[in-house]
Design a protein around this ligand. Structure first.
Ligand code: CTP
Ligand code: MG
Length: 230
C-alpha cells in the first residue's frame, strides 16, 4: 500500500499580495512549500507531487528535490488534476494538501492516512467553528443564524482512496457546469460529496491554518517561532 500526496502550490497568492508566489513565501527562513512537503514525508508519505505555477517548476524542483514537480492549472481543481496524472500507478491512497498550510502537524497527517487505510473513501481534518455564523443576503442583511454545533472548518491534507478521487475529478470535468464547479470547488472533498460518496472527519489542528492574508502569515511565523523554541 503506497501513499502519495499532491501539494497544490500553483496559486498566485493574490490576497497575500507578496512579491513572490505564495508557495515561495518564507516562514522561519524556509518557503511554505518546503514546510508542507517535509511534514508529508515525515508522516510516511512515499511519493510527493507538487503542482507549481508553470513558470516556477524549475525553481520549486530545486527547493524540494525529493518531490516530483509538475505545472499546475488555472484553478485549484485543475492543479490537483495535473498532480493526479503524475502519481505513480501503485499509489492507492492519495492526500491532497495546500502548500499554504506549511505547519500541519505530522500526527494529523497520519490520522488522515490511517482513516483511509481503515476503509474510508474520503477523509477531511476539521476544527469546530468558534464564531457564530450567519447567512446574509447580497446587501448584508441577516437571513438566518446557522446552528454552530453542526459546523466544521475544513483543512488539508484531505485523504482519498485513489479511485474515488480520480472518479470524482472525472465526473466534475465531464458535467455540464464543469467550468463553474471547478471555479467554485475550494476542496477536493466537495467533488467527492457531489459524486455521492461519504466523506468522514478527523480532528484537525490550529497549526494547520492556511496562509491566506498577511495577517495569517504573521500568525504562522509566530507559531513557528514558538514551536522551535519550545
Ligand atoms: N492553488 C493551486 N492552483 C491554483 C489555485 C490555487 O494549486 N490555480 C493552491 C494554492 O497554491 C494554495 C491552495 O491551492 O496552496 C489554496 O488556495 P488559496 O489559499 O486560494 O491560494 P491562492 O489561490 O494562491 O491565493 P489567492 O486566492 O489569494 O490568490
Ligand atoms: Mg485561490
Amino acid at each position: 500500500v503506497r501513499v502519495g500526496a499532491i501539494v497544490a502550490a500553483a496559486g498566485r497568492g493574490e490576497r497575500l499580495g507578496a512579491d513572490v508566489a505564495k508557495a515561495l513565501v518564507s516562514v522561519g527562513g524556509e518557503p511554505l512549500v518546503v514546510h508542507a512537503c517535509r511534514s508529508l514525508r515525515a508522516a510516511g508519505v512515499s511519493v510527493v507531487v507538487v503542482a507549481a505555477p508553470p513558470a516556477l517548476v524549475g525553481t520549486i524542483a530545486e527547493l524540494v528535490p525529493d518531490a516530483d514537480v509538475v505545472a499546475g492549472g488555472d484553478t485549484r481543481v485543475a492543479s490537483v488534476r495535473c498532480g493526479l496524472a503524475a502519481l505513480p500507478d501503485d499509489v492507492d491512497t492519495v492526500l491532497v494538501h495546500d502548500a499554504a498550510r506549511g505547519l500541519m502537524p505530522v500526527e494529523v497527517i497520519r490520522a488522515v492516512v490511517s482513516a483511509v487505510q481503515a476503509g474510508a473513501d474520503a477523509v477531511v481534518p476539521v476544527l469546530p467553528v468558534a464564531d457564530t455564523v450567519k447567512e446574509v443576503d447580497a446587501t448584508g442583511r441577516v437571513l438566518r443564524t446557522v446552528a454552530r454545533d453542526a459546523l466544521r472548518a475544513v483543512q488539508t491534507p484531505q485523504g482519498f482512496r485513489r479511485d474515488v478521487l480520480a472518479a470524482a475529478h472525472k465526473t466534475a470535468s465531464a458535467s455540464a457546469s464543469a467550468a463553474e464547479a471547478e471555479a467554485e470547488a475550494t476542496d477536493d472533498a466537495a467533488l467527492v460529496e457531489a459524486s455521492g460518496r461519504t466523506v468522514v472527519t478527523v480532528p484537525g489542528s490550529p497549526y494547520g491554518m492556511k496562509v491566506t492574508t498577511a495577517f495569517d502569515l504573521a500568525i504562522v511565523e509566530a507559531l513557528l517561532e514558538q514551536r522551535v523554541s519550545r
